[in-house]
Design a protein around this ligand. Structure first.
Ligand SMILES: *[C@@H]1O[C@H](CO)[C@@H](O)[C@H](O)[C@H]1NC(C)=O
Ligand SMILES: *[C@@H]1O[C@H](CO)[C@@H](O)[C@H](O)[C@H]1NC(C)=O
Length: 317
């Protein structure tokens, strides 16, 4: 102890006091990491279930599209306990991706598996609907977006840029759907699930859009259209099919659609207040069926979506 003298010894004691304080805090009062919900708060309302099952249609689509593109196989191999007996997708395949794009899509793919697990545990899963992820189905959608037949037909699996353009089509629809669903759900657990899903869907959409924005002026081989033009045409198609005005914008816009009328860049699609647009289940079905009619299945869902909401439209066709 002789070496501990003067300022050294006092800092030794300060150190000991700090240590014992730390021990006291960790021993007697744990830091709180859990929010306090009101005592009688209900985790999941009965009415929440259909509303939160509806987006499972899109989550299944994303899971299969990303898994197949990145890994060359889908949920039946990665997480068969999530398909609930639903049929395997039509025409899904490995995409010809460069290393960076493959890393991004692999991550998105496993995120979708997590989303399905989360949905399963909170509101339960319905069987995976029949999904058409064939190049042919995407080609048809892109032809409709441009208003003429692209030659050769658009193939989402051809290369990284084509794949990211095809991906531009999907998480965004999930995102606007979650924003639309938000005010209709009540349980605290349901809300927590929705916010968590919305956060990651928005993130995926932002990554895809930024990727495309970096290449906005590039011509998409072998076509005579730039990346920006592709996004604008797809967004316009979704607005036409949705039939509820502008809720979807390409990565380059006229000033009056930019942030505060001041930007023509539009890395994120958002409304007058720069808030995310929202869509109802009927609007979403009109878009993902590609028919402009929620009663008439088609597009990615040849037999329509699953769950009470999608089925209720089908029965009234
Ligand atoms: C390609 O597009 C540009 C601009 O839209 C146009 O000027 C040109 O004629 C087109 N070329 C072909 C081969 O279609
Ligand atoms: C943008 O301009 C339009 C008129 O061109 C106007 O109606 C609108 O309020 C403006 N938006 C904002 C956010 O100021």
């Amino acid at each position: 102890m002789a070496v501990l003298s003067g300022p050294l010894i006092s800092s030794f004691f300060v150190f000991m006091i700090l240590m014992s304080n730390n021990l006291m805090y960790s021993g007697f009062s744990q830091p709180t990491c859990k929010p306090a919900y009101p005592k009688d708060a209900i985790p999941v309302y009965k009415e929440d279930v259909d509303m939160m099952q509806f987006p499972e249609n899109l989550e299944f689509l994303e899971a299969e599209f990303f898994l197949w593109a990145a890994l060359g196989h889908g949920l039946d191999r990665v997480a068969p306990y999530l398909v609930m007996g639903g049929p395997p997708p039509i025409g899904a395949q490995k995409a010809n991706l460069d290393a960076l794009t493959e890393k991004i899509i692999t991550e998105f793919a496993y995120q979708e598996v997590g989303h399905l697990r989360a949905l399963k545990s909170v509101v339960g899963l319905f069987p995976r609907p029949l999904l058409d992820l064939s190049a042919k189905n995407f080609a048809k959608l892109f032809d409709e977006a441009f208003g003429y037949k692209l030659v050769p037909p658009f193939d989402p699996y051809r290369d990284s840029l084509s794949y990211m353009l095809a991906s531009y089509v999907i998480p965004y629809v999930g995102l606007v759907g979650y924003v639309g669903t938000n005010p209709t759900i009540n349980g605290y657990l349901t809300k927590r699930l929705l916010a968590g899903l919305l956060g990651v869907e928005s993130g995926q959409d932002a990554v895809i859009r930024t990727y495309l924005y970096e290449r906005a002026e590039e011509v998409v081989h072998p076509y005579n259209h730039t990346v920006a033009e592709f996004t604008i045409r797809i967004s316009e198609l979704r607005n036409r099919l949705g039939m509820c005005g502008i809720k979807d914008e390409g990565i380059i816009v006229p000033l009056e659609l930019g942030a505060e009328n001041r930007t023509t860049s539009n890395v994120l699609s958002a409304n007058y207040y720069s808030l995310s647009y929202r869509r109802t289940p009927a609007e979403i079905l009109r878009i993902v069926y590609g028919t402009g009619n929620e009663h008439v299945p088609g597009g990615f869902y040849p037999r329509g979506g699953n769950g009470r909401i999608a089925k209720s439209f089908l029965n009234k066709s």
